[in-house]
Design a protein around this ligand. Structure first.
Ligand code: GRF
Length: 203
């Protein structure tokens, strides 16, 4: 499957996907990395890995989310993309765009969804007194951080964790489960039916 990764920042999850896809047995090929910010650190990493990059600067579309999304969609189609991975992509996408990529777009989120959608997940998990948190890869739906769950990992919260130390521990788990989840989707070993994950009997 031809895969695009959408990023906004440093792109460490993007890097984990690129590295996994370098394996010839991996069922997906990363053909495009697209950022909504020209200064996204991950762009250089992608270029070094020999992957085509694109920037659709959201600042060029003031108060025009449909226009921004149409430009992203055009870039994806021009690259014959079949699957989209959101990896630290910090823009809300319009329902029209999300529906256009329904069941062909996945996201990683740094909490055990449906707990803690949105921002500042680690701060909120610590504040709530949670003793574990984690990360989730899920199919994307128009409502932020929702959609059928493909993979999760649980991560312990230490008594002396700060949001930063916890974020680092969760991030290592993100780097493990995102390539795994992408492989499952790209190989057709999971799919969605009635908003439930259907897993291939061979798993
Ligand atoms: C990750 O924690 C991801 O789950 C969240 O934003 C962070 C992006 O990190 N949505 P990176 O750009 O992949 O390093």
């Amino acid at each position: 499957k031809r895969v695009a990764i959408l990023i906004s920042g440093r792109g460490s999850n993007m890097r984990s996907l690129i590295e996994a896809a370098e394996d010839t047995d991996f069922p997906a090929e990363i053909v495009l990395v697209l950022a909504n910010r020209p200064d996204a650190g991950g762009l250089a990493v992608a270029r070094e890995a020999g992957i085509a990059t694109a920037v659709v600067d959201h600042k060029a579309y003031p108060k025009d989310r449909p226009g921004f999304d149409a430009a992203v969609d055009a870039a994806l189609r021009a690259a014959d993309v079949e699957l989209v991975c959101l990896a630290g992509f910090m823009r809300l996408l319009t329902p029209g765009f999300v529906e256009g990529w329904r069941d062909r777009m996945i996201n990683i989120h740094p909490s055990l969804l449906p707990l803690f959608p949105g921002l500042h997940t680690h701060e909120r998990a610590i504040e709530a007194g949670m003793r574990i948190t984690g990360c989730t890869v899920h199919y994307v739906r128009p409502e932020m951080d929702s959609g059928p769950i493909i993979a999760q990992a649980a991560v312990p919260i230490a008594f002396d964790d700060t949001p930063e130390t916890l974020a680092a521990r969760v991030l290592s788990s993100e780097h493990e489960i995102y390539p795994l989840a992408l492989a499952l989707v790209a190989a057709g070993l999971v799919r969605v039916e009635n908003e439930r994950l259907i897993v291939d009997p061979s798993l």
